[in-house]
Design a protein around this ligand. Structure first.
Ligand code: GLU
Length: 563
């Protein structure tokens, strides 16, 4: 009770501080109930305490309130942007602790859709001070990829997720075997040796297959033969008994475990029987005491299957919350398709810039804050969402524009000589236009005879006419005098003037390649300071776009993000 009093005091003082020294009983009570769901049943006692505490706090002068608040510590509120759009989880207060999980199959790289499930599950666990579990669903030795465990973890960490427990289902086979055996013994599961087509035909008519009615001893013996590797792939599956006339034929006597010959990439050839997704997921959600399953609505039928197992075992199914699908027109999101295209060489890897995998987005200079914000804004909605690259760019721009230093880069460079220029040695320009504190960079100016030598972009030059005035950005105004093989101009003035502004490089320019979003490469010259950037730096090439430095050796390579 003392604890409750202290919490009530913290909330009352915080509330008073935010409302001109007057705490509100209802508001404080609401907060307290959300924080201490276990107290819901003792609401009378709780409200009495709150009333007393609020009256006491409201009677104190402002200085006393603030002094006390410093003593007990203000209640940390979640940052508003993190809560934006996310409603409360149903039943969050019916469990002593909210436990969520993210359960990826390590068979391909994560993309935005997966991160949505992961991030929402994580956000909710953190919101309710609960537990977040990472569980690799790797019970299919035929499509588990060893490299994916680490890659998935790296992507999740990068997004800012942390997990309290981590499991791989391939470590838990004994547990699944135990349940399988128990279900077989109890006549709730059986080993079916029918040909799949034959089984389906009967199932679709709502009729049992010949195996279903055999005595449990027969099924136990078949189970033993499966475990011993005597019944191999295609010869037997363990099925969970359901209502054989279940309205959805796909739910009827669904398969739970099967024989697999291929050794598992992680645990080797130790096991010849592997659970199928619905079986291991259902058991693990119960064993791990998951309270809320957050998953895509494509799992709707799976959920129906899993519920029949919970009924057999007398378990209560967790609260399930579904979200819609996330699509990006023109972008491959499916893991299987992605892996196939990588294996055939059509894509360069899981971070190929044409993909919307987390690895590819990171490589293109998307920052985690932008991805998090985008996903939280899409939120939990059941309707399918369609995302365009433009939307992604807009989110990212909001974050990187403030941070990215500016540099000059000239794509497809052509040489320009400027005659009669004052004898300047260098240009000193701000790294960020609105953040002088970021400092400056120096662009040395190169001379050849009487002329200053620049490189400008072919595309910029194409738009210029002879005798036209233009400005070499942040430096000087010049007039184009010759546009033949060599590009020549005459110095005009220094002060900013009307007319086209084009960017340039001069002394010490470095060669750089930019990988564009369609995976083509553009060549160009960057100002010297770019050579000193670290791989991973996200900067803006002015009038060109935001880029991320991908490699500095043996070549300077940047990946294009967006405008
Ligand atoms: N391993 C499943 C998947 O990645 C998990 C689905 C679920 O949430 O049950 O689709």
């Amino acid at each position: 009770m003392e604890d409750v009093r202290r919490e009530a005091l913290r909330w009352a003082l915080t509330n008073a501080a935010e409302h001109k020294g007057r705490a509100n009983v209802k508001a404080v009570l609401g907060k307290l109930v959300a924080e201490l769901p276990g107290w819901r049943s003792k609401i009378m006692e709780l409200s009495e305490t709150v009333e007393q505490v609020v009256a006491e706090v409201n009677a104190w002068p402002r200085e006393e309130q603030l002094f006390q608040l410093r003593k007990v510590g203000r209640v940390e509120r979640p940052k508003p942007e993190e809560r934006r759009g996310l409603p409360d989880l149903p039943d969050f207060d019916k469990y002593p602790m909210v436990i969520t999980r993210f359960a990826p199959n390590p068979n391909g790289p994560l993309h935005l859709g997966h991160v949505r499930t992961a991030l929402l599950s994580h956000e909710y666990a953190r919101r309710y001070k609960g537990k977040f579990i990472l569980r690799f669903e790797d019970t299919n030795p035929e499509n588990t990829l060893l490299g994916m465990y680490e890659l998935i973890k790296r992507d999740l960490r990068w997004i800012g997720l942390s997990w309290d427990e981590e499991y791989a289902q391939s470590d838990r086979l004994e547990l699944y075997y135990g349940y399988a055996e128990r279900l077989i013994k109890e006549g709730k599961a059986y080993v079916c040796t029918c040909k799949v087509e034959q089984f389906r035909e009967l199932r679709d008519r709502g009729e049992p297959c010949p195996c279903r009615g055999l005595p449990a001893e027969e099924h136990l013996s078949r189970w033993g033969r499966m475990l011993a590797g005597d019944l191999v792939k295609g010869e037997a599956v363990v099925r969970i008994k359901t209502d054989i006339k279940h309205p959805n034929p796909a739910v009827r006597d669904w398969p739970a475990l099967r024989a697999v010959l291929k050794p598992h990439p992680r645990v080797g050839g130790r096991y010849s029987v592997w659970p199928l997704y619905n079986f291991s997921v259902a058991i693990d959600d119960h064993e791990m005491e998951v309270t809320h399953i957050i998953r895509g609505k494509e799992h709707e039928v799976n959920e129906q299957r899993q519920r029949t197992l919970y009924d057999h075992l007398g378990w209560r199914y967790p609260t399930a919350v579904q979200h819609g699908r996330l699509a990006m027109p023109g972008v491959v999101l499916s893991k299987t398709q992605t892996m196939r295209a990588i294996q055939s060489g059509e894509l360069s890897g899981h971070d190929d810039v044409r993909l919307a995998t987390i690895a590819a987005l990171r490589r293109r200079g998307f920052v985690r804050e932008a991805i998090r914000q985008l996903i939280l804004d899409v939120g939990m909605t059941l309707v399918d969402s369609s995302l365009s690259w433009e939307t992604l760019y807009a989110y990212n721009r909001k974050f990187v524009d403030k941070l990215a230093n500016r540099y000059f880069f000239v794509a497809n460079p052509v040489k320009l000589l400027v005659h009669k220029a004052p004898s300047l040695k260098e240009a000193c320009l701000r790294l960020h236009p609105s953040r002088p504190e970021s400092g400056e960079r120096i662009l040395p100016l190169k001379r050849e005879g009487d002329a200053l030598v620049f490189h400008v972009s072919n595309e910029d030059v194409a738009a210029l006419e002879e005798d036209q005035m233009f400005r070499l950005k942040d430096l000087m105004n010049v007039k184009l005098t010759a546009k033949g093989r060599a590009l020549e101009a005459e110095f005009h003035s220094l002060e900013v003037a009307e007319g086209p502004k084009i960017h340039w490089v001069s002394g010490g320019a470095v060669k750089l390649e930019v990988i564009k979003p369609d995976n083509t490469t553009e060549h160009g010259l960057a100002e010297p300071a770019v050579a000193g950037l670290q791989p991973g730096s996200i900067v803006q090439f002015e009038r060109y776009g935001f880029i991320r430095i991908d490699a500095v050796r043996p070549k300077l390579i940047a990946v294009y993000g967006h405008r």
